[in-house]
Design a protein around this ligand. Structure first.
Ligand code: ADP
Length: 176
């Protein structure tokens, strides 16, 4: 069975999926935007697991482009997959790191057996990545990863907050 790619405008913390991806920062200890919303709605268990990760394998923080999972606390999901997007730069091409966030999140999700996954528009908030380019990177990277794992997932849901982001994802999804 093939995976469907869908687009939803709304709050990522309300998505009933197996795993929600968090646009985290490398501290794993919370922040604004998606990160703040996930910890607020998900409750303290997520932060406790993040602290344990910092005390263990990720003592120096989670590197940009990598991903790690915790449970999802009170969110209507089973897991949160935390990934650290790159801050957008005009002097350096960091697209590979942004693509890596999507690939690594999918890899972790597949390991967990998560079949439905919700992605926010990683790096497009505080990290200032232009939304059209971010949307194209998200869609092309996910499509390429799915081609290599055609049976791993049922649905990959892109969740956007505002109209501008929705338009960007609609355009990216309409491209071949
Ligand atoms: P980053 O630090 O990676 O840029 P942000 O959380 O600041 O991450 O923003 C990423 C994107 O998520 C932005 O486009 C922002 O509008 C959107 N966003 C913020 N809060 C939510 C939410 N609760 N649900 C879905 N998208 C959100």
């Amino acid at each position: 069975m093939s995976t469907i790619l869908t687009l939803t405008q709304g709050d990522i913390t309300e998505q009933a999926v197996d795993a929600v991806v968090n646009a985290a920062n490398s501290s794993l200890l919370g922040g604004g935007g998606v990160d703040g919303a996930i910890h607020r709605r998900g409750g303290p268990d997520i932060l406790a697991e993040c602290r344990a990760l910092r005390a263990g394998h990720y003592g120096r923080g989670l590197p940009t482009g990598q991903a790690v999972a915790t449970t999802a606390g009170r969110l209507p999901a089973r897991w949160v997959i935390h990934t650290v997007g790159p801050v957008h730069s005009t002097s350096e091409d960091r697209s590979e790191l942004l693509a890596s966030c999507y690939r690594e999140s999918l890899r972790i999700a597949e390991e967990l057996g998560a079949r439905t996954l919700a992605f926010p528009a990683i790096s497009t908030g505080v990290y200032r990545w232009p939304i059209d380019d971010a949307a194209r990177t998200a869609v092309t990277t996910v499509r390429a990863a799915l081609a290599a794992a055609p049976d791993a997932f049922d649905e990959i849901r892109f969740v956007v907050f505002d109209d501008r982001a929705r338009t960007a994802y609609e355009a990216a999804l309409a491209e071949d």
